[in-house]
Design a protein around this ligand. Sequence first.
Ligand SMILES: NC(=O)c1ccc[n+]([C@@H]2O[C@H](COP(=O)([O-])OP(=O)(O)OC[C@H]3O[C@@H](n4cnc5c(N)ncnc54)[C@H](O)[C@@H]3O)[C@@H](O)[C@H]2O)c1
Length: 411
Amino acid sequence: MNISVIGTGYVGLVVGACLAETGNDVVCADVIESKIEDLKRNVLPIYEPGLEDLVERNQQDGRLAFTTDIGGAIESADVLFVAVGTPPDEDGSADLKHVLAVARLVGKHMSREMVIVTKSTVPVGTAGKVAAEIRKAARFPFHMCSNPEFLKEGAAVDDFMKPDRVVLGVASDYARDVMAEIYAPFVRTGNPIIFMDIASAEMTKYAANGMLATRISFMNEIANLCERVGANVDMVRKGIGSDSRIGSSFLFPGPGYGGSCFPKDVKALVRTGAEMGIDLQILTAVEDVNDRQKLRLGEKVREAIGDDLSGMHIALWGLAFKPQTDDMRDAPSLTLIDDLLAAGATVCAHDPAAMNEARHRLGDRIQFAETNYDALANADALVVITDWNEYRHPDFGRVKESLRRAVIIDG
Ligand SMILES: NC(=O)c1ccc[n+]([C@@H]2O[C@H](COP(=O)([O-])OP(=O)(O)OC[C@H]3O[C@@H](n4cnc5c(N)ncnc54)[C@H](O)[C@@H]3O)[C@@H](O)[C@H]2O)c1
């Protein structure tokens, strides 16, 4: 099948590479020229385990190509995946300008009957808006499909190749048949394709992220209470996670959720509720709890070494919003760094994958260390923010020797 993917970010690149891997002819298009030039040379703009191999192999075998010619990519496609960003607008709602910009080009450049798939996370009703834009210039029939993406950054290739489920919102048999064929290789072990109407598919993605964010904020509140009452949240987590009605995933307390999805999707869902006259109280609280939790590590630093941080030097292990990625969008590390610098402290940080991204975002506001141990020199405290494997069992003797004060705060 001829498939084009518009938007070659975390989602688009994974989708394009995985669909090429199963034998489709895939064109990935993006407006950023430097990104496309790098990808043609197998230089990836993001860190994602296993992705580089897929891109290189499929490009070599001629099944995967990269271009900035969005019109050309639309022209050659039987199926078009739209995977552009949907950042939060000023009022928290999802900004659809990139999605609608693509839609405007589709009608103009389509050369045959097509399925248009929204992969971007978009509010209920977006497929209708996209279809209306396309219809203005369409010369061929087209079919909308909402196919929300559930991959986790850091395990994205695996998640796409072996999904728990595939959700497909369709309104025609044509779209249903085409999408079933595309996804057949990914569901051979029996994980389901769940077909539904388009509105329900659009809603499913937000409901999933809303639920996961809720579990994190819930556990962070329980953890804060455990600290006060002298309970061990790790034991509480095990105690409740073994209940099959609850399950053990997403129950780890920490410095608050970040990344490109939870913060913006929770906001967008609350906004959709408000537009519909429904006050989504739980999700509003989830967001408030998370904003407060992101300040918790700064509070803990003060509890450990004193309220006056001016002249203090703090070592940070971890900058990415979670391990196995270089993504720092809305990362709790950024909140902590702002807090520490505003209080007059200096910071030296290390991350196994996100150093380039951090240099780009933070410039010379903080120092960067080659290794995690280098970050410790003369620090008044070490704060571990991201739970990378390499930070799990450090040489504590070496840590103690390097630090000015033997203080570790484990986020
Ligand atoms: N990152 C995730 O883990 C994840 C998971 C599931 C769903 N999503 C959703 O998928 C969508 C994409 O997320 P992402 O993290 O890949 O974003 P991203 O910012 O990494 O990538 C988006 C890409 O789209 C490109 N783009 C923007 N406008 C364009 C246009 N008009 N034509 C062509 N390219 C254009 C940008 O240059 C960028 O490369 C979002 O809606 C997001 O909510 C993301």
